[in-house]
Design a protein around this ligand. Structure first.
Ligand code: FES
Length: 111
């Protein structure tokens, strides 16, 4: 089963489909998004796959583990938003995520 994922860049909506069980990083890579260089290739140690979850989806997705390396990485970012920040590589895609929308941050400027 595949679902629709939306990445927002300003006024632009970049959409793709991705199979359940893959990650949001897989979806971002499919779209070749320059804002998500994902330097560590999903190992949770670069922080360059950071996105902001759309406010409508914040309460619908699996919460982040508060003791996780994901949170540790996100807190180091200038763009950290306690309610909306997530790392694409740490987000598995579930069937209930159909239409999930996230906002792009230009992670190239974080470095
Ligand atoms: S790709 Fe490096 S932290 Fe997600």
């Amino acid at each position: 089963m595949s679902i629709k994922i939306n990445f927002i860049r300003g006024d632009e909506v970049l959409s793709t489909t991705m199979n359940v069980g893959r990650t949001m990083l897989d979806a971002a890579k499919k779209l070749k998004l320059p804002e998500i260089p994902a330097i560590c290739n999903g190992a949770c140690n670069c922080g360059t796959c950071h996105v902001h979850i759309d406010p409508e989806w914040v309460d619908k997705i699996e919460p982040m583990d508060p003791g996780s390396m994901e949170l540790f990485m996100l807190e180091r970012s200038d763009h950290f938003d306690q309610n909306r920040s997530r790392l694409c590589c740490q987000m598995d895609i579930y069937d209930v995520y159909d239409g999930l929308t996230v906002h792009l941050i230009d992670n190239r400027q974080d470095k």
